[in-house]
Design a protein around this ligand. Structure first.
Ligand SMILES: Cc1ncc(COP(=O)(O)O)c(C=O)c1O
Length: 310
């Protein structure tokens, strides 16, 4: 296993690259790639628990949809990408892992138009643990001035590399000021999400979460909505405003990397909001962990668990 302190391009292992396995050191792309210059690139983030990728089908379906929204098609179907991922986990002897599929336009054209470029695809996997290092203790968020763009300004349902520019800027500012992450509003001034995860507020026993109409409808978000409903917890999808933070007893983030991460404080417009309670967050985090890990032992799944919705 590679030393996690090494830069990502200097690690050991095997990478799936355009249909075959390559050594980590040989998985390169040319500096004249359109994906690099014009952000014609989409990606996914998948986790494996106990060597088994969780919600792999949903992730690869979204990978294809993300590419379609950027006007290109991924030249490998979902079952091929799923099989490639399982092979990669075995080849690299990975159990608790993060998997990063990425697709980008190549170097046949170097201009805005890119219709003649070939599409390249790689899948990379590495050991991975707790994203924030404080998942259940809680993290701090700072309101960013960057806002999620409107659906007529950006392909906001795509997991497109270019959409992450403002996320990196927001996260850097938050970290420089001593926070763990940033909270972002949308173009209307409503609460949207953090830089890489969706958000839920617990108000008087109910979950309140913004409608994903201008940001990623997370696969984890959908799972948490279903798990909460199965527990008889009402979920309200609506426009969530900063004022709602005053009434919230708990706040948490959801995402493949973040899993269910408790939020302890949010600093917004000079006010500090503290969320002292965590009972519902802990309950949903435990249910999520159990479900993600039960996929590694399919026969142990509870009979009551419906798979009709993600
Ligand atoms: C900006 C953003 N929002 C939300 C999410 C959560 O999505 P998911 O639960 O599908 O990982 C992610 C993570 O992929 C993300 O990058």
């Amino acid at each position: 296993m590679s030393d996690p302190a090494l830069p990502f391009d200097r690690r050991d292992g095997t990478i799936w690259y355009n249909g075959s396995l390559r050594s980590w050191a040989d998985a390169k792309l040319h500096v004249m790639s359109h994906g690099l210059h014009y952000a014609s690139c989409v990606f996914e983030g998948i986790r494996a628990y106990g060597g088994s990728p969780y919600k792999i089908r949903e992730h690869y379906e979204r990978f294809h949809e993300s590419a379609t929204l950027l006007d290109f098609s991924i030249p490998y179907d979902v079952p091929t990408l799923e099989q490639a991922t399982r092979t990669l986990l075995t080849e690299n002897s990975l159990s608790e892992a993060y998997i990063r599929p990425v697709a980008w336009r190549g170097s046949e054209q170097m201009a805005i138009a890119a219709d003649k470029t070939t599409i390249h695809v790689a899948i990379i996997a590495w050991n991975f643990g707790d994203y924030f290092g404080a998942r259940l203790k809680g993290i701090s968020l700072m309101l960013s001035a960057w806002r999620r763009p409107s659906p007529d300004s950006a392909p906001c349902n795509s997991k497109a590399a270019g959409l992450y520019t403002i996320c990196t800027l927001a996260k850097h500012e938050a970290q420089r000021k001593g926070f763990d992450d940033a909270l972002m509003l949308d173009y209307r001034g409503q609460i949207a999400e953090s830089t890489g995860a969706n958000i839920f507020l617990v108000i008087d026993g109910k979950l309140h979460t913004p409608k994903p109409d201008c940001f990623l409808d997370g696969i984890t978000r959908r799972t948490i909505v279903r798990l909460a409903q199965e527990q008889g917890i009402e979920v309200v999808e609506r426009a969530v405003l900063l004022e709602d933070l005053e009434r919230a007893q708990e706040v948490f983030l959801t995402g493949t990397a973040a899993e269910v991460t408790r939020v302890r404080t949010i600093e917004a417009n000079g006010s500090s909001h503290e969320f002292a309670e965590d009972a519902i967050t802990q309950k949903l985090a435990a249910l999520y962990d159990a479900q993600a890990r039960s996929k590694t032992r399919p026969k142990a799944r509870p009979k009551t668990m419906s798979t009709a919705r993600a």
